[in-house]
Design a binder for this molecule. Structure first.
Ligand SMILES: Nc1ncnc2c1ncn2[C@@H]1O[C@H](COP(=O)(O)OP(=O)(O)OP(=O)(O)O)[C@@H](O)[C@H]1O
Ligand SMILES: [Mg+2]
Length: 498
């Protein structure tokens, strides 16, 4: 049988529905003069006639589903499937920048139709969008426009389409999506869209950080251990299911500023091919908002809370700025204020809210997720927050070792050895310097590095190391003098007088 050509399926439907609407209208007008039994009979026949004239079935796939307007997995998979299978046939396409930022990814534009053939059956996909509620003039694209795909097929293929065909579309679409997807860096910081007056939980940019484990200056053994741990995690879906644990792992990265904590997160994301969710706790109003953010996080992601020691006033024990404990009086005043504001813990993220986020019942949403906390002051953290099992792996990133320096020298100068290396090695033992400071001294003046540039950079570094060593020795001497018991000091002074 000849099926309706895809380009006219929508038009036919429009024509047919207006004809049916006309018939219905006449029936409604006439029903006042027609006996009830005859009216029912006629209605049944109208339905049958419509079915005969229009033997096609539609399934629509809206982009957003549910009360919380989460992007539908089906829509996203169909989008990827159609982008791969329809671009040779569709007449109107839209282009977006691809994974490597230099290529364009084509996909079907709105109000376009394409044909697909599966198991001997022809089906039609069309894309559409409902008009935005606010039709007024705006300089910005309409955000409340709702996009959807519609699948049309003959009713005799219903069983095959509902079963094998849709499973095929989902499987192929998801595989293409994983292969082609651009990784993203999400943040909850600018979650209010001023021109739309809407709250968005996460906003994102393309994640394009160049850090890898290869370029990370770290002890090779520590590096290997972390990479092994990440690989094992990634391959352990069955294991987590078998032991009844959510598929997630917590990392605590601690160490002084400039030792590579943030760089390591980027390297982890690149190694695992995961998205990054940078969770700014100070921008989260309360625990219920935290939960909302949490359920939005997709699998295959790293959730990062940087500087956990000062990013929230957890349980009233910490606050930004370094002062640790609050007096009980201060805590009482805050509690009273919160109660006056309409509820105890309603106005903030609490430690228990955060613990629930890490390993409570809500943490199981999504799966395949790494949670990373970073801090400069590990001792300031509440032990409950970082106990093993919650933060499974504690990694200290510290001052630059000779092994780490060699990685930086290779990255920045392209050298594996140099006559000045032994001097650098010795000074790295004597002075505490961060990889960030080492890297700063290894940036050559020109991009075409010559032997003299390498020497100049290494000499700069040696100078910086000498200075740091001197400063640290002076600080140690001052601290030692200040720590001497007063009696001993007085005795010395007395001895001096004699
Ligand atoms: N281990 C490292 N390997 C390679 N580069 C590093 C390393 N540590 C620091 N750097 C360099 O120093 C810069 C600062 O490092 P990074 O932001 O990762 O430090 P951090 O530990 O996160 O500091 P902070 O505690 O202040 O957030 C990076 O851009 C990177 O170039
Ligand atoms: Mg950092």
């Amino acid at each position: 049988m000849v099926v309706a050509p895809p380009q006219t399926a929508g038009e036919m439907w429009a024509g047919l529905s207006s004809a049916l609407a006309g018939i219905m209208f006449m029936w409604m007008a006439a029903q006042r003069f027609i006996p009830m039994e005859l009216y029912d009979h006629a209605q049944k026949w109208t339905g049958k006639l419509a079915n005969r004239l229009w033997p096609y079935v539609h399934i629509s796939f809206p982009e957003f589903t549910g009360e919380r307007m989460k992007r539908s997995e089906a829509y996203v998979a169909i989008e990827a499937y159609l982008a791969a299978t329809s671009t040779d046939h569709a007449r109107r396409l839209k282009a977006e920048v691809g994974k490597d930022s230099s290529s364009l990814v084509l996909s079907m534009d709105e109000h376009e139709e394409v044909t697909d053939v599966f198991g001997g059956a022809t089906v039609w996909w069309s894309s559409g969008a409902t008009a935005p509620r606010n039709q007024g003039f705006s300089l910005y694209p309409a955000r409340d426009e709702k996009r959807y795909y519609v699948l049309t097929f003959h009713r005799r293929h219903r069983k095959m389409v509902n079963g094998a065909y849709l499973a095929h579309v989902m499987e192929k679409g998801n595989a293409i999506r994983v292969q082609k997807r651009q990784r993203k860096l999400f943040t909850n910081r600018s979650h209010h869209d001023w021109y739309d007056n809407k709250e968005y939980l996460w906003s994102h940019v393309v994640f394009d950080h160049p850090a890898t484990f290869e370029t990370l200056a770290l002890d090779p053994e520590v590096k290997r251990d972390i990479m092994q741990d990440l690989s094992t995690f990634q391959e352990s879906k069955e294991y987590y299911a078998k032991v009844g644990k959510p598929w997630k792992r917590g990392y605590l990265l601690y160490g002084p500023p400039g030792t590579g904590k943030s760089t390591m997160i980027a390297a982890m994301a690149n190694f695992l091919d995961y998205d990054v969710y940078d969770l700014e706790l100070t921008a989260v109003k309360n625990n219920s908002k935290l939960r909302k953010l949490l359920v939005e996080i997709t699998p295959k992601s790293i959730v990062v809370i940087e500087d956990i020691d000062c990013s929230a006033d957890l349980t009233g024990k910490r606050k930004p700025g370094g002062r640790d404990e609050k007096t009980s009086e201060e805590t009482e005043i805050e509690k009273a204020k919160a109660a006056a504001a309409g509820g105890n813990e309603e106005g903030k993220v609490t430690l228990s809210g955060l613990l629930n986020f890490i390993d409570g019942i809500w943490s199981a949403c999504g799966g395949e997720r790494i949670i990373v906390f970073t801090t400069n002051y590990v001792d300031k953290l509440d032990p409950a927050l970082i106990r093993r099992g919650r933060m499974d792996k504690h990694i200290e990133l510290s001052y630059c070792t000779f092994e780490a320096f060699k990685v930086l020298a290779r990255n920045y100068l392209g050298v594996d050895s140099h006559p000045l290396f032994p001097a650098v090695h010795q000074l790295l033992i004597e002075a505490k310097i961060t990889p960030a400071d080492v890297a700063e001294n290894l940036i050559p003046k020109t991009r075409s590095i010559q032997a003299e540039d390498v020497r100049a950079c290494l000499e700069n570094l040696l100078e910086a190391l000498e200075e740091t060593k001197k400063k640290q020795e002076e600080e140690t001497a001052t601290a030692a003098a200040a720590a001497k018991p007063p009696l001993e000091k007085e005795k010395k002074e007395g001895d001096g007088r004699e």
